[in-house]
Design a protein around this ligand. Structure first.
Ligand SMILES: [Fe+2]
Ligand SMILES: [Fe+2]
Length: 159
């Protein structure tokens, strides 16, 4: 759940960074609405971590700030790429949450409910980004995003 919490920190950062630079007001509004939902996810994870007696990642300020920079950078490439970046990010998050659901004990209903609700929202975020004109990203960029998220997942698990 700490990794999920750090991921939601990053998700908010990405959306905030992208919204800062978005060209069209409609895209900006969509990004801000999604960022609010990532804020809900963040709160659910934080509450669950507290119930489990575990703390949040100490690197949260780094996840957030780094993500704002990456989000703003992606948005500089235009709204179609920025939306495509969201679709790919949400797809990768969905895959991560699927793996997490496989690992989570059936008995941990509280955590499972949270992860399932987040998964449904992430799928919707990704689909809305495609519907709004998100373009497929070049394969090397997709591979790089996977590598970054692997490093982040491994680090946030420990720190
Ligand atoms: Fe989320
Ligand atoms: Fe999302």
């Amino acid at each position: 759940m700490r990794v999920n919490h750090a991921g939601e920190m990053a998700a908010q950062g990405l959306y905030h960074g992208q919204a800062l630079v978005a060209r069209s007001p409609a895209v900006r509004a969509q990004l801000e609405a999604a960022a609010l939902e990532e804020g809900d996810h963040l709160a659910w994870c934080e509450d669950r971590l507290a119930e489990l007696g575990a703390g949040v990642s100490r690197l949260n300020p780094l996840w957030y700030a780094g993500s704002v920079a990456i989000g703003a950078g992606m948005a500089l490439a235009g709204d179609a790429i920025s939306l495509g970046f969201i679709a790919e990010t949400e797809r990768q998050v969905e895959a991560h949450l699927d793996r997490h659901l496989e690992d989570l004990p059936e008995a941990d209903a509280a955590s499972r409910t949270i992860v399932e609700a987040m998964r449904a929202d992430e799928m919707r975020h990704g689909q809305s980004a495609l519907d709004a004109g998100g373009r497929a990203l070049p394969a090397p960029l997709v591979a790089m995003m996977r590598a970054v998220s692997r490093v982040m997942t491994a680090t946030a698990y420990r720190l």
